[in-house]
Design a protein around this ligand. Structure first.
Ligand SMILES: *[C@@H]1O[C@H](CO)[C@@H](O)[C@H](O)[C@H]1NC(C)=O
Ligand SMILES: *[C@@H]1O[C@H](CO)[C@@H](O)[C@H](O)[C@H]1NC(C)=O
Ligand SMILES: *[C@@H]1O[C@H](CO)[C@@H](O)[C@H](O)[C@H]1NC(C)=O
Ligand SMILES: *[C@@H]1O[C@H](CO)[C@@H](O)[C@H](O)[C@H]1NC(C)=O
Length: 839
């Protein structure tokens, strides 16, 4: 059913892409957006309108591209049997909550999903379902909890909050959210009904209905109501007004209201309280006689001595929709439907063999967590455009001349919901390499959202931290972004991969002579862009000027100094051939760190020198050039295509001419020798940096130097480990030293690129027919095959093994025993394991 609906929607969009459907779209805020951008957004807006887009919350909803008057929803919970319960009140994802597990078991932002959280400190096994109606207007959240151990006699108090933002137009605004009733009859005293109106979303209702569960009671006590309004045996509701920009502080506000209430109770009843009354004491009441505003807390406290726990639904119905959710039964059907379809879609894209342990379950969960991290962010960004970097001492710089700019919006996935719930430029390209294999259009939407952030100068921030909610997770000094700082342009890598796919598709399409629907059937419905070339051209046209600016900004700000090397160059035949205009370095490194490179503490030249040239910067510019070439090709901009092809060629040449040390047989940074007569010298630390020219597919396919890369990757005393490729050679003097972040730890992003490059340079690794390779001799080909198979198995076994043992995937993995390290549930680029599993 859904398939058909979507197909119809697709056709409509293709035929009359300018005419907005008479659904939610007509109310989208279109201020400050160009007509063209609107067309793109309308395409998938209705399907992607509602989802748990508050990545930082265990569960929080806000709509996408509704900036002024969004409806906001969040969930909190705690066991209220102990007085210190508030210290265990859950809201934002945090590694400090000691969750035994928190995971999306299945999820797709277009459909819905199921999230499970095991919270031992609160004795709770919580499952949250999310599903939408077929017209994508309405949704249900089902909250289902069970005790981990009934003998602990705990309660679970679930606190929901919701707000209808009123927007900046506060005087004339119509947006509101009002509680109507919960007392229409006695059976339903725990059911609540709200009615809402949003200038962007239209009219809607919110219904809260119990399915089952026993509210807290205590027979040994005469009354459970400690003071009027504090009765844990029934649903409590408090409506008030909170300014839009403070809604994200719902937990703090709850805590302070509760604290006021407790202080008041202590005054009334004295210090000594019955232990059995604690759950009521921790129930919110309207102590201050607030007038009902647009913000609402709803609290339900369940007795967890009951094995079966509790379950209730929150339903959002757009009142213009013909498909409102009217019953729990209907909600159940929607949830079952959504979960079924998520499974079908997953299997359509990743056919993973189930015979080998729980690999399918694992892969499904990992992908679900990457998708479950997708958020919509809106707010101001803190930027310092004045402070100049220190290129004499390379001390770290204090950015003190900052101000807020924006507001901006960003639709993005995040590296991890607990630790990094915001946009990371360098991570996002890797996220897209995974997402594009599942939902090409979604990946494109995200890329598009990022490209729109490229400013007039061509700059986009390394971390996009929009608004106070996102900033609350970041120490203040790190919130400030500088337009001098670059970061590996992985988004262009992802774009390049997408375009390659499209160009292949284009050729296939020519082959089937315009029978586009056939391809679409095969690709699945989430590949509207991927299978419609006219469509992609339209969007490429919009993006192109942004990317041109970005390329220009990147290559100008990160340009290296070549004059210092002139003398050496004249003397040496090899250097004489260097393309002097195409040398680069990361601006903004310090003595100890090179944050712009993404590989923070990877060893670099010591001491630092303004004339240093970085091989990885050059390689990334190569990737950008290729991407620009591809997009120019698609747009039939022949002159530009030639221009970027020429740049790519020069960069490929420079990698060998300038950065390859014949002595070390590897790619290295170069700098000036600070001793003697300041000659050019190589700075060689074997590791991810040395692999990048290969990993980014910039070495010529027939390069005789490929064998050296293979040898380096295969050497167990250098990069090869039973758990994946080490970031730094075990033999490097700095291996495992200091912070030990990129000094040996195994990271999935670069490992993935290496596997992918092995497939590119040695296609025979996929079939095992080493004899047939056209380019490589038998020895090289066999080495590649062995490396590919072992590396792939090692990565799968280790990431999977850690997940089996701990329920988590990690930021990186230890090279000595393979255990996960860094932040947990790092379903950012570690999620690339799903592509690897599929092979
Ligand atoms: C949590 O509850 C679900 C659903 O009832 C159940 O399948 C799962 O085994 C439970 N997990 C734990 C750790 O108790
Ligand atoms: C839970 O309650 C039961 C019966 O009321 C009691 O026997 C038991 O000791 C209690 N358990 C704890 C951990 O308090
Ligand atoms: C507390 O709530 C329960 C459940 O609604 C009700 O039976 C009881 O009478 C309430 N207590 C008081 C004192 O109102
Ligand atoms: C019921 O209240 C009594 C008296 O305060 C307390 O000792 C007991 O633990 C309570 N029982 C439960 C299950 O909370």
């Amino acid at each position: 059913m859904r398939l058909i609906t979507n197909k119809l929607a697709l056709l409509l969009v293709l035929v009359v892409s300018c005419i907005a459907k008479e659904t939610a779209q007509k109310t989208f805020s279109s201020k400050s957006r160009s007509e063209e951008e609107n067309i793109f957004e309308q395409n998938t807006n209705s399907e992607l309108l509602w989802a748990p887009y508050r990545s930082n919350c265990y569960f929080g909803i806000r709509p996408r591209y509704i900036d002024e008057t969004p409806f906001i929803f969040g969930l909190m919970w705690f066991d209220t049997t102990e007085f210190d319960a508030m210290t265990r009140l859950r809201h934002f994802v945090s590694d400090d909550d000691h969750m035994e597990r928190f995971t999306w078991e299945a999820y797709d932002p277009r459909l819905g999903g199921k999230e499970n959280i095991i919270d031992p400190e609160n004795n709770l096994n919580l499952t949250i379902y999310f599903a939408k109606t077929h017209d994508d207007s309405n949704w249900v959240v089902r909250v289902s909890g069970k005790p981990l151990d009934t003998a602990r006699n705990t309660t679970t108090s679930v606190v929901m909050y919701m707000n209808q933002n009123i927007g900046p137009d506060m005087q004339n605004g119509q947006s509101r959210l009002i509680h109507i009733s919960n007392t229409d009859n006695n059976e339903n005293e725990n059911s609540l009904e709200f009615t809402g109106m949003s200038e962007d979303l239209g009219k809607y209702e919110v219904l809260i209905n119990d399915n089952h569960g026993k509210y807290y009671t205590n027979d040994t006590l005469e009354s459970i109501e400690v003071v009027p309004g504090c009765n844990a045996s029934r649903t409590s509701h408090v409506g008030l007004t909170i300014p839009d920009h403070e809604v994200w502080r719902a937990r703090d506000v709850f805590q302070s209201l509760l604290t006021d209430s407790i202080k008041d109770i202590v005054q009334v009843t004295g210090e000594k309280v019955e232990p059995g009354l604690v759950p009521s004491i921790l129930t919110l009441r309207n102590l201050h006689n607030f007038d009902q505003g647009n913000f609402h807390y709803v609290q339900k406290t369940f007795d967890m001595r009951e094995e079966t726990g509790f379950e209730f639904d929150i339903v959002y119905n757009n009142l213009d929709s013909k498909e409102t959710i009217d019953s729990g039964k209907q909600a159940t059907l929607l949830i079952d439907d959504a979960l079924h379809e998520v499974n079908v879609r997953f299997d359509n894209h990743f056919n993973i063999d189930e015979t080998d342990g729980d690999k399918r379950k694992f892969a499904m969960e990992v992908l679900a967590n990457l998708l479950g991290g997708i958020g919509y962010f809106h707010g101001t960004q803190v930027i310092d455009r004045e402070t100049v970097l220190d290129e004499d001492q390379f001390e770290s710089i204090k950015f003190e001349h900052f101000r807020e700019e924006g507001p901006y919006s960003l639709f993005t996935s995040v590296p991890s919901r607990g630790f990094f719930p915001r946009g990371f430029y360098w991570d996002e390209g890797f996220h897209l390499l995974q997402i594009m294999e599942y939902d090409f259009d979604l990946a494109f939407q995200i890329a598009f959202s990022w490209f729109r952030l490229i400013d007039e100068d061509g700059w986009v921030a390394r971390e996009v931290i929009l608004g106070p909610e996102a900033r609350s997770k970041v120490p203040q000094e790190f919130t400030i972004q500088s337009p001098q700082i670059a970061n590996p342009p992985t988004l262009l890598l992802a774009l390049s991969e997408m375009l390659t796919k499209l160009i292949e598709n284009e050729n296939n399409m020519a082959f089937v002579a315009g029978n586009k629907m056939d391809i679409e059937e095969e690709e699945g419905i989430t590949s509207q862009l991927g299978s419609n070339f006219d469509y992609i051209i339209k969007y490429s046209k919009i993006i192109y000027p942004y990317l041109e600016r970005h390329f220009k900004w990147f290559t100008e700000t990160q340009k290296g100094l070549i004059e210092e090397y002139m003398e050496d160059m004249e003397d040496d035949e090899k250097f004489a051939k260097v393309n002097q205009n195409f040398v680069y370095k990361w601006l903004g490194r310090t003595v100890t760190h090179c944050l712009p490179s993404g590989l923070d503490d990877y060893p670099r030249a010591q001491p630092p020198d303004v004339a240093e040239l970085n091989v990885d910067t050059l390689a990334w510019v190569g990737t950008m050039s290729r991407s620009m070439k591809d997009i120019a090709h698609i747009l039939e901009l022949t002159k530009d295509e030639t221009k970027y092809a020429e740049i790519e060629k020069k960069i490929v040449e420079n990698l060998d001419l300038l950065h390859r040390s014949e002595k070390a047989k590897t790619y290295c940074d170069v700098t000036l020798d600070d001793e003697g007569d300041e000659e050019m010298k190589y700075v060689c630390h074997e590791g991810y940096i040395s692999l990048l020219p290969f990993a980014l597919k910039l070495m010529p396919r027939d390069s005789p130097k490929l064998i050296d890369i293979l040898t380096l990757m295969s050497d167990p005393d250098k990069l090869f480990s039973p758990f994946g490729l080490r970031s730094l050679s075990k033999q490097d003097e700095h291996y495992g030293e200091g912070e030990n972040y990129w000094r040996g730890k195994i990271w999935l992003n670069i490992n993935y690129l290496c596997l992918n490059a092995l497939e590119y340079y040695f296609p025979e690794v996929l079939t095992g027919s080493h004899e047939k390779s056209a380019l490589n001799d038998k020895h090289t080909s066999e080495l590649a095959g062995k490396l590919y198979t072992e590396l792939r198995n090692n990565l799968i076994n280790n990431v999977y093994g850690n997940w089996e043992k701990t329920n988590y995937i990690y930021e990186n993995y230890d090279p000595t025993d393979g255990h996960g390290t860094g932040s947990v549930q790092f379903a950012g680029w570690t999620a690339l394991i799903v592509n690897i599993l599929r092979g």
